[in-house]
Design a protein around this ligand. Structure first.
Ligand code: C5P
Length: 238
């Protein structure tokens, strides 16, 4: 398989076409952004760490029967994935209240809700990915009600698998964001990445933050936190 031209450049990744129409190559960069691109930096080796972390997580999800875009990891920064059309929604799962939900609703970060919370946001950089609901998503043409239900069922399963995996690493999965894509034959699969860029991960004993909040909130030791996640993951599944 040959890598061809770049199809898309995101904040943390590049996507390349290949000579196989059903496969793309995803390249993980060291760039870090927050607050819709207002804050930018390079975190040395982040791309390598996120590629490794995301690879191990996709493999665990696959073992648990979750359909994903992941095919194989070909070097320390590149994955071969199925080519999909990204559904322009971000699905957010909150097991513990933190971040934007804590702010928006005036709830103390770390509060345990009685139920798991699913949010959806419309993926549109110019609008800052606004929080929407199912009816908005359907009216916007982002997904049908049936597709939303399928995405929510997959999301619930993904949350169960990831919560258990992280707990084995003595890590609390506070919240995370995922994206779905549709393959050429109409199948909905988990796409994008699952990494400390897209999850809030707190040490279960100390509540130390081991994720991108270290960058967002200038807490220091960002790379070290990502390294810690990879090391604990490798101990469990590596
Ligand atoms: O910002 P907020 O608190 O709503 O984020 C919830 C979760 O979704 C966090 O784990 C965050 O890292 C992730 N997220 C993301 N990409 C976004 C928005 C949120 O990965 N554009």
């Amino acid at each position: 398989m040959k890598q061809l031209e770049m199809l898309y450049e995101g904040k943390a990744k590049q996507v390349f076409r290949t000579d196989d129409p059903d496969k793309i190559i995803i390249h993980y960069k060291d760039a870090a952004t927050a607050f819709n691109n207002i804050k930018k930096a390079t975190i040395e080796n982040k791309g390598v760490l996120n590629n490794a972390i995301s690879t191990l997580i996709f493999k665990e999800l696959h073992k648990a029967g979750v359909k994903t875009h992941y095919i194989e990891t070909i070097n320390d920064r590149d994955q071969v994935c199925r080519r999909v059309t990204i559904i322009p929604l971000e699905v957010i799962v909150r097991n513990v209240i933190a971040g934007s939900m804590a702010q928006r609703l005036g709830i103390e970060e770390g509060t345990q809700p009685s139920n798991v919370i699913f949010d959806i946001c419309y993926k549109k950089d110019e609008l800052g990915d606004p929080l929407i609901n199912d009816h908005h998503a359907v009216a916007l043409g982002a997904a049908t009600y049936e597709e939303l239900n399928e995405m929510y069922a997959m999301t619930a399963k993904i949350n169960e698998v990831l919560k258990e995996l992280f707990l084995k690493m003595n890590i609390k999965l506070v919240d995370f964001k995922i994206e779905f894509g549709k393959t050429s034959d109409g199948e909905i699969v988990l796409a994008d990445e699952v990494s400390p860029d897209t999850c809030r991960l707190w040490d279960a004993t100390t509540n130390e933050k081991l994720d991108k909040d270290r960058f967002r909130r200038d807490l220091g030791k960002v790379r070290e936190a990502y390294e810690e996640i990879l090391a604990r993951l490798q101990k469990i599944v590596g």
